[in-house]
Design a protein around this ligand. Structure first.
Ligand code: SF4
Ligand code: SF4
Ligand code: SF4
Length: 259
């Protein structure tokens, strides 16, 4: 087997994205059953590339996202590009659904938290009707404007919510703020509804333990930042995060030789 080897192995609801070196292996484990399609993993991933779809529309891609965001055919809700992934665990760190886990040499681990680059969340966990636990990782607010007259469409839109926070009330959509985790799902879905719009304001992360680092600043820009800031995908902070991850992996900036 040529090393490093990278592959995706799917067994039932679990997909293991593996990276093997001579004496080191990492596995990013995705449990689709728990995935609430909130979109945080896609936003937090530091491996950001700009690709050109078709002729003119630039599309921001990371190493993880929906098949649509990744430009691939797949039945999975979320897929990982093993060519781009650097197994840093940022997606694991933020995942509100406890859907992603990172294993290093068989041990569940988040080096970026252990070395102080990323802080730990003071978690605020809620239990969905399905019994699944979901945590809120950001603070802020949400505003939904609905001028739709078709109540079936309003009901359909309310069902788009990842946590059951939306419901139809008359000709309006109301949000249960205790259940809402301020994710990306309904705002993305609203693009398919002519008369419903969603604005989510993510003001700050939930309270965290530990000091903010430059890595943390980069993540704040990507997850919370205004559109203009998010466009700075090659920002200083993001490059620092990539450098930090590569150092952790002992890779420097060079690829490992083929064995
Ligand atoms: S952050 Fe977790 S729950 Fe949300 S879409 Fe990604 S994998 Fe699914
Ligand atoms: S492990 Fe890191 S590089 Fe890989 S998908 Fe998650 S955030 Fe992106
Ligand atoms: S209402 Fe809140 S939890 Fe539900 S999809 Fe919208 S932002 Fe996410």
């Amino acid at each position: 087997m040529a090393l490093p080897s990278k592959k995706a192995i799917k067994e039932g609801n679990i997909t293991n994205y593996e990276y093997k070196m001579l004496n080191h292996d990492m596995v990013l484990r995705y449990d689709e059953e728990k995935c609430i399609e909130c979109g945080f993993c896609h936003r937090v991933c530091p491996v950001t590339t700009m690709e050109v779809e078709g002729k003119e529309i630039p599309l921001k891609r990371t190493a993880i996202g929906t098949p649509d965001e990744m430009g691939v055919d797949s039945d999975l809700k979320i897929v990982v590009d093993t060519d781009k992934c650097i197994w840093c665990g940022c997606c694991t760190w933020i995942c509100p659904g406890y859907t992603l886990e990172l294993y290093i040499n068989g041990e569940k681990k988040l080096n970026l938290v252990d070395n102080g680059s990323l802080p730990e969340f003071e978690e605020e966990v809620r239990t969905l009707e399905s019994g699944q636990e979901v945590r809120k990782v950001v603070e802020g607010s949400i505003k939904i404007t609905c001028t739709e007259k078709d109540t079936n469409l309003i009901e359909k839109f309310a069902e788009e919510c990842s946590t059951g926070a939306l419901s139809k009330e008359g000709n309006d959509v109301v949000v249960d703020e205790d259940k809402c985790i301020l994710c990306y799902k309904c705002s993305e879905a609203s693009k398919n509804y002519d008369n419903i719009s969603v604005k989510v304001f993510r003001d700050r992360f939930k309270k965290v333990k530990g000091e903010a680092s430059s890595v943390w600043n980069g993540i704040m820009l990507r997850v919370l930042g205004k559109e203009g800031k998010i466009k700075g995908i090659k920002s200083f902070s993001q490059n620092k995060l990539a450098d930090s991850v590569l150092r952790l992996m002992g890779k420097g900036t060079e690829e490992e030789p083929e064995v």
